[in-house]
Write a protein that binds this ligand. Structure first.
Ligand code: ADP
Length: 439
């Protein structure tokens, strides 16, 4: 667009320049031929008065040296008859064009000038000059060449400038898009883009930075609120739990036991939520501490599966590998938290599926756990997001309750152990996997 505009402007500029230049050349030519005709006229007055054709012809002959571009010249008497003529050697015979009273006329590459010969105020004859304008053809040609050359140079220069400018603009736009993508994938809003420019792209980047800052501040406020609220809820909840357990133990209140059990179950859910929220706050403030010890991960897996088998009536939990007693150095409680979260999810998000397969394998460097379910699965587009806090897939939000915190906490725990956590899509359902460095 920029190159096209420059080309258009330059073409107009050079076009006007060439036209103006040729016009002023023509005007100069008319003026000089008119002056020459005037001189010839003045010198010819006496020859016309005395009918001295010979002298008149001699006067015209001098044009050969004085003005070589003149190829024909005539002196007419006052009746318009030829009085004296001159034709440059080698020129064609003279054909006077119809000037129709005009003082000059341009045809093709000729300029004809007609000038009256005045003796005081009386017209005694006319001088007609015919000049060949071969010079004009040369000038036009050379101007065209210069114009074409300048246009090519200007086009090249504006093309180069356009490429540089475009690179400068697109480089910054590409950086902006890459940062947007990164923010979307990581949820990290603390990466303002450095920008010193003053153009529209700089304004766009400035707006993006201030938007990121606003989101970051809002998130900080939300995090602070959640941290305070969950902390404040913990104490009364512990006390309610204590009282309920007392009531549960009281044998006089046997008929109330089912209600107390229900209340305790719901209290347990509340406790889990508050614990997750506190974990999130600790992760954000970098205070989630690990208490690492060596233990057998297969053993832990079996313990958890056994306890799930007692509480789960809907799904069959299948352990699909051989116990090999591999040990890892990790925070047992936290790894248990991850396994429980992945197993509960596998059951929760496969209301139709009846089987959950748990697999553990050891490579040279890692210990890998895979939990395969046959449930609603996770679409490819959402796989990158489910480890973000509060993120829940579209399919899950409609009818399965949850807060989108478990996988976020699990990922943080595993990453702190220098392990990996990921999801593998299957034709039906999915596999949630994590690895820990082998001892
Ligand atoms: P919650 O289950 O409380 O929503 P999580 O962090 O454990 O929180 O999971 C985040 C989201 O990931 C869930 O809301 C769900 O959309 C998706 N998800 C997790 N596990 C599974 C699974 N086994 N199958 C399908 N989707 C899952």
């Amino acid at each position: 667009m920029q190159v096209f505009t420059s080309l258009l402007v330059l073409s107009i500029f050079f076009g006007v320049y060439v036209i103006t230049d040729i016009r002023s050349y023509k005007l100069r030519k008319v003026e000089s031929l008119t002056s020459l005709a005037q001189v010839i006229g003045t010198n010819s007055i006496s020859t016309l008065r005395f009918q001295d054709n010979e002298t008149a012809r001699k006067i015209l002959m001098e044009l050969h040296d004085v003005a070589p571009e003149i190829i024909h010249a005539d002196i007419l008497d006052k009746k318009g008859n030829y009085f004296a003529s001159y034709t440059k050697a080698g020129a064609d015979s003279f054909l006077l064009p119809a000037l129709n009273g005009a003082a000059y006329k341009f045809t093709d590459l000729h300029l004809y000038v007609s000038h009256p010969i005045l003796d005081d105020t009386e017209k005694v004859g006319t001088v007609i000059l015919d000049a060949e304008l071969s010079e004009m053809a040369r000038i036009t040609q050379s101007r065209n060449k210069v114009t074409a050359l300048l246009l090519i140079v200007a086009l090249g220069a504006s093309f180069l400038i356009a490429i540089v400018v475009q690179r400068y603009i697109s480089k910054r736009l590409v950086r902006l898009v890459a940062t947007m993508k990164e923010v979307r994938e990581t949820g990290d809003y603390e990466k303002p883009i450095a920008e010193k420019g003053k153009d529209e792209v700089a304004t766009l980047i400035g707006m993006f930075n201030s938007m990121m800052l606003q989101i970051k501040e809002n998130q900080q406020r939300k995090d602070e609120f959640i941290a305070i609220a969950s902390h404040e809820l913990k104490t009364p909840l512990t006390s309610v739990k204590g009282y309920l357990q007392l009531v549960d133990m009281n044998e006089d209140m046997e008929q109330n036991k089912p209600y107390v059990q229900k209340a305790l179950e719901n209290l347990h859910k509340l406790e889990k939520l508050i614990k997750d929220l506190l974990d999130v706050s600790n992760i954000k403030s970098g205070q989630l501490k690990l208490n690492k010890k060596e233990f057998s991960i297969d053993h832990l897996l079996d313990e958890i599966i056994a306890s799930f088998r007692i509480s789960t009536r809907t799904h069959e939990l299948v352990r699909e590998d051989n116990f090999d007693g591999s040990t890892v150095v990790a925070d047992r409680q936290r790894i248990e938290q991850v396994m429980v979260n992945l197993l509960s999810n596998a059951i929760k998000y496969s209301p139709e599926g009846k089987k959950v397969i748990i697999r553990s394998e050891r490579t040279d460097t890692e210990f890998i756990v895979k939990i395969r379910d046959f449930g609603i699965g996770v679409s490819k587009e959402e796989q990158a997001n489910i480890f973000e806090r509060y993120y829940r897939t579209k399919d899950a939000t409609s009818n399965i309750s949850g807060f989108g915190l478990g996988l976020y906490i699990s990922r943080d725990i595993i990453l702190r152990h220098l392990g990996r956590i990921w999801v593998e899509a299957a034709e039906k359902g999915s596999s949630f996997c994590f690895s820990l460095p082998a001892v």
